[in-house]
Design a protein around this ligand. Structure first.
Ligand code: NAD
Length: 358
């Protein structure tokens, strides 16, 4: 069996302990992986002078596949998000976040099976921001002719036809390939008529090509939040611009029982980077405490993507079985977070490895 070359960014905070467990579990699937371990984030700034060294991008560009642990982003000041920078630099324009209920996970909801497809490169995440009083902010405020207070900071929200088109094409292609029934496009186009309006226009155009195969509908983001907590069974694939997608991903993670089990993939034309929805949970750093499942389920998506479908299904079944038994699981999957029978990141990984070997 030939080996797959995959870049691994272990991440920071709880990232390295999760990544170490995930590497061991993946080894137990029998899939041969040659890891190219490269480091990014706050911990490497001193060494490289940047949180995203060039060798990280070079490794991913070469291997085309990457698995990433979470990376911390300083709030307010300091460097911009490395997670966002990676998506932009590698043009990973579609973020795929399947949200599926697993038996044994405590949640107010059952039988959730949603897929969030989030635009990943533009919108308010474009990083075009101007400080209050800056030349640019004042110029824009001037154009707005009294609509903006003079002391405002400005963030620009670009939504392009190019970005919306490739995102919607990805969402519909995904729906067809994965035998899904419907795509719901979500924006706030009643208020943002040009930006979100354009997103809907493009979505309708793409939907026409799939008429008779995949259903299409539209929702406003506020209404969608309410609908998802009232009747999530009505929805299937949900396609959104970047910021709404970010927020709705966490809502959907909440529906299935939390961030500990919500996986993700960032997809470009020929590069794919797999990572959990959750962040670095820094308060648990080094405690061998957090749930490795979200990164493991991201690896399930990765195995499928690299053509290892059988191993992917076997790994998902092993994870599902450990969760269903509810014994060797981390604190977040116990009925009380202080349940003394909760196991650590490493031990949950070992339980999954035992299942793989059964
Ligand atoms: P977070 O997702 O790191 O953690 C929020 C809470 O969710 C944690 O305190 C914990 O209670 C729970 N949680 C998260 N992951 C868990 C896991 N695997 N198992 C069990 N419980 C888990 O969110 P945050 O605290 O807002 O962000 C921390 C840092 O991570 C920030 O710097 C943020 O920018 C960054 N972040 C990175 C990514 C990424 O790498 N893609 C995504 C989101 C946030």
């Amino acid at each position: 069996m030939s080996s797959h070359s995959i870049s691994l960014i272990p991440g920071d905070g709880t990232g390295p302990e999760i990544s170490a467990t995930v590497q061991k579990v993946l080894e137990a699937t029998g899939v041969k992986i040659a890891w190219d371990v490269v480091e990014a984030g706050a911990d490497v700034v001193e060494k490289y002078g940047t949180p995203l060294p060039e060798n990280v991008l070079a490794s991913i560009r070469k291997n085309k596949i990457a698995l990433k642990g979470p990376l911390t982003t300083p709030i307010g000041t300091g460097f911009r998000s490395v997670n966002v920078a990676l998506r932009k630099e590698l043009d990973l324009y579609a973020c795929l976040r399947p949200c599926k209920s697993y038996v044994g996970v405590r949640s107010r909801f059952k039988n959730i099976d949603l897929v969030v497809v989030r635009e990943n490169t533009e919108d308010l995440y474009a990083g075009v921001e101007y400080a209050p009083g800056s030349k640019e902010a004042l110029e824009i405020i001037g154009w707005a002719k009294g609509k903006i207070f003079p002391d405002a900071a400005i963030s620009i929200k670009p939504i392009s036809r190019t970005g919306s088109l490739r995102l919607m094409e990805y969402a519909f292609d995904y729906a067809v390939k994965n035998k899904r029934r419907k795509v719901t496009a979500v924006t706030k186009a009643n208020i943002m008529k040009f930006t979100d309006g354009l997103f809907f226009d493009v979505a309708r155009e793409v939907a026409k090509r799939y008429e008779g195969k995949i259903e299409y509908e539209e929702r406003l983001i506020d209404n969608m939040c309410m609908q998802l907590v009232q009747k999530p069974e009505l929805y299937d694939v949900i396609a959104l611009p970047n910021l709404y997608g970010d927020i709705l991903s966490d809502l959907c993670a909440g529906l299935i029982g939390g961030l500990g089990i919500a996986p993700g993939a960032n997809m470009g034309k020929d590069i794919a980077l797999f990572e959990a929805v959750h962040g670095s949970a820094p308060k648990y750093k080094g405690l061998n405490k957090v749930n490795p499942t979200a990164v493991l389920l991201s690896s399930v998506l990765m195995l499928e993507h690299i053509g290892e479908g059988a191993a992917s299904r076997k790994l998902e079944a092993a994870i599902a079985s450990v969760i269903a038994e509810g014994k060797d699981v981390t604190y977040d999957l116990k009925s009380r977070p202080d349940d003394p029978s909760a196991v650590g990141t490493k031990e949950m990984g070992e339980a999954i490895i035992r299942k793989l070997r059964e």
